[in-house]
Design a protein around this ligand. Structure first.
Ligand SMILES: Nc1ncnc2c1ncn2[C@@H]1O[C@H](COP(=O)(O)OP(=O)(O)OP(=O)(O)O)[C@@H](O)[C@H]1O
Length: 452
């Protein structure tokens, strides 16, 4: 197998193991050079090298083993230039003398590493829209059409794994496509800080500043990392101002609304929300199903709709986890030569689903509902039928059906009812969630309190 092919396969394998942020920041910048026995990965600079060595070498070795089997080459790391890696592998099957890694100054390499690292797979076209993210997607689209104008900075915030980085890269990719040769820098806030520290240590702070102030767009992921890093915030403040003054687009992501991040200077906080701040929320069931089906199609996996529903009903809070489940399913099905059915999904994802299941129990649901409606816990299982008790009881049963894997009779037993009463409760609550704003709000608040 050719070096590029082995590495491409490894990266694909790692995509199922590591968060996209790590893939984009630490794995994609590596360039492979190989002989039969060795796979040398060239890192663009020392920061990448050290981080990969410390945190990603073991998964990379596992990926190489999974891709190349018994003939897996040894993995080595060095700092080196990408051109070296692009040289064709003249004798893929014969041992070849390794070229010595080029020792480069890490700072010199950084601009290249940070401006050529947009993930081409993250586009607006393949970002599935639902109620939970429509606003964020529309904002990203708007920025693509008028970069550096009204929505500057664009700040996308929300929990992990909900598509913030995807949208950010989509903006970068689309602007790149439109303009042909825009200089777009993408990096995590931590990387930005590390690079700044190194530049200062090497007496090259001016180069650092002029590089980041000369880009056409600056995309910084996870700005919550700036918390309590005063020097970094100070430096970023000036870069931010310079770019905004020059009408260059800034896109930021944060794991919560920046005003809620402690340890960030007020003037920076207020700047973060100068342009447009948009939230991404956990997607609803229909969107989760649509995402699974789209990802399956993208990866040429034949995923039946009932299996997509089965997975999406159980994995609710994080799209990255949905993707992980899909990757496991397709790899296992391929390996065992079995069709992807609901039963197959149930047994293959048993442990993963059990972890989700553990997160919410019927006891937990009962406690949360009784506190929310200010009724006694025992009222939820009592035979009394007054409206003030019956409705919360129905809601608790519907939540148990939605959030746990207990059967209708098991749920019935927990509430001192039979399974037809549970079924009726689930239908009634589904109906009321459509028709009654108050019930809809209650249900959504309860879901949130239960971690969904
Ligand atoms: N609406 C969506 N349509 C298609 N793919 C999505 C969507 N939302 C998330 N994803 C996918 O889920 C994965 C995780 O998304 P992403 O890395 O953008 O999350 P994030 O919000 O940046 O998380 P973190 O804060 O942990 O970095 C990516 O592979 C992304 O493509």
């Amino acid at each position: 197998m050719y070096t590029e092919d082995i590495w491409t396969q490894c990266v694909r394998w790692l995509e199922g193991e590591l968060p996209d942020k790590d893939i984009n920041t630490w794995i994609r910048p590596l360039h492979p050079v190989a002989s039969r026995e060795r796979l040398l990965l060239l890192a663009p600079n020392r920061i990448v090298l050290d981080r990969v060595k410390a945190d990603f070498l073991a998964p990379i070795r596992r990926a190489v083993k999974a891709s190349a089997g018994d003939e897996a080459p040894e993995v080595e790391l060095a700092v080196g230039a990408a051109e070296q890696a692009r040289a064709p592998d003249p004798e893929p099957t014969a041992p070849r003398k390794m070229s010595a890694p080029v020792s480069t100054s890490s700072i010199d390499e950084v601009p290249a590493a940070f401006t050529a690292n947009l993930n081409p797979q993250f586009t607006l076209e393949n970002f599935i829209e639902g109620k939970s993210n429509a606003h964020a997607r529309a904002a990203a689209q708007h920025v693509v059409e008028t970069p550096g104008a009204a929505y500057n900075p664009l700040l996308i915030y929300g929990q992990s794994g909900l598509g913030k980085t995807h949208l950010m890269h989509s903006v970068g990719n689309a602007v790149m496509r439109r303009t042909g040769r825009a200089r777009i820098a993408y990096l995590g806030a931590e990387q930005w800080m590390n690079h700044m520290v190194m530049a200062i240590r090497h007496g090259r702070a001016d180069e650092f500043r002029s590089f980041f102030r000369s880009v056409d767009a600056l995309l910084i992921d996870d700005i919550q990392f700036f918390a309590n890093k005063e020097r970094t915030q100070e430096e970023f403040f000036h870069t931010f101002n310079a770019l905004i003054d020059n009408r260059k687009q800034i896109v930021l992501t944060c794991d919560r609304y920046p005003k809620d991040v402690d340890g960030i200077d007020e003037r920076l906080k207020s700047r973060f929300t100068w342009g447009l701040s948009v939230a991404v929320e956990p997607p609803e069931l229909e969107t989760r199903v649509a995402i699974l089906l789209a990802k399956a199609e993208q990866n040429k996996v034949r995923l039946p709709e009932d299996v997509a529903f089965f997975v999406a009903q159980r994995i609710r809070s994080n799209v990255r986890d949905l993707e992980g489940a899909l990757a496991t399913l397709s790899a296992t099905a391929r390996l065992r030569g079995e069709p992807l059915t609901v039963e197959f999904a149930r047994s293959t994802l048993k442990d993963r689903l059990a972890a989700y299941e553990r997160m919410v129990t019927m006891d937990n649901i009962k406690r949360t509902v009784s506190t929310y409606y200010n009724i006694r816990l025992t009222d939820l299982s009592s035979p009394r039928r007054t409206r003030s008790l019956a409705r919360p009881r129905q809601i608790a049963m519907a939540l148990s059906k939605e959030l746990t894997q207990h059967s209708l009779p098991e749920i019935g037993e927990a509430f001192g009812k039979d399974h037809t009463t549970v079924l009726h409760a689930c239908r009634k609550v589904a109906e009321l969630r459509h028709e009654d704003l108050k019930i809809r709000e209650d249900y959504e608040n309860l879901l949130r309190q239960l971690g969904y």
